[in-house]
Design a protein around this ligand. Sequence first.
Ligand code: ADP
Length: 309
Amino acid sequence: MSPAGVIAVVGSINVDLIAQVARHPKPGETLHGRGGRMLPGGKGANQAVAAARRGGTVEMIGAVGTDAQAEVGLSGLRAAGVGLTGVREVEGPTGLAVVTVAEDGENTIVVIAGANGSVDAAQVRASRELLERAAIVVCQGEIPRAGIEALPELVRGRLLHNPAPVMELDPAVLRASDPLVVNEHEAALVLAQLAPGTDAPEQPAQMVDALRDAGITSVVLTMGARGSLVADADGQRRIPAAPVTAVDTTGAGDAFIGALAVGLAGGDSLPDAARLASRVGAFAATGQGAQPSYPGPEDALPPLARGEA
Ligand code: ADP
């Protein structure tokens, strides 16, 4: 068997500051909270950690600030053995997400891009050699538009694009995704960009078909505990979820994507990679937080439900 290819993740590195509150404060109000821990986060870093924990050879391309938070943001990546030569240190703060979690489970999140805002076309091009040799390049929506739009000309392998949060992008860049990985909300927003003026179909399967008809080579639509849909030139399939008792689904989507990248880098078909990803995403939903909940090679993954179609 040939060795699996390198996975390059171009994306955000954040620190998550989490406060638990009985209820969310009203404007002008001060409340006591609990928690206050700083945890490594950011969609880019989460996906890189998930992929490395599942055995992928992973390189991160991104930026941290010159503050003390930078080491927190990098801690999970370091522990998972992710290569950091593509991570730059820039003057100013590291990306920060301030999360308040109320007793009813509802969250509010304020994200400060910080150093992630410097991952522009110039920084992406500075990692040209790494990007050109990667089998899979993974990106999300937490760096500037120009950084994402610089990728297609550099990627020789597959571009796994998770447009979260969705921003306005050159349609040609969206069409370079192979696969595009979206939830239902993101799928509708991407479709609106590719086929403006058309109503988004209500059924997820039709949404996937519409994205393919709009020129996306392959699509993975994740639907939480309802599993996912995958579609490429071989047709569309429903991949079941792995039934688990979910404790905290934060970062489960990122775990799914990291594992999907590992499968594809190892030469798996899209449905096979999605079957593994579904089990890894479910595992991540059974643990608290994002990166701490990701399975390593020693962890037994929950089996998929029956009923693939
Ligand atoms: P996002 O958080 O990006 O909207 P999803 O909620 O679709 O993503 O979750 C991504 C993946 O994580 C799912 O496709 C599934 O594999 C897994 N997952 C998430 N929540 C659950 C759950 N409650 N039970 C089982 N798997 C889950």
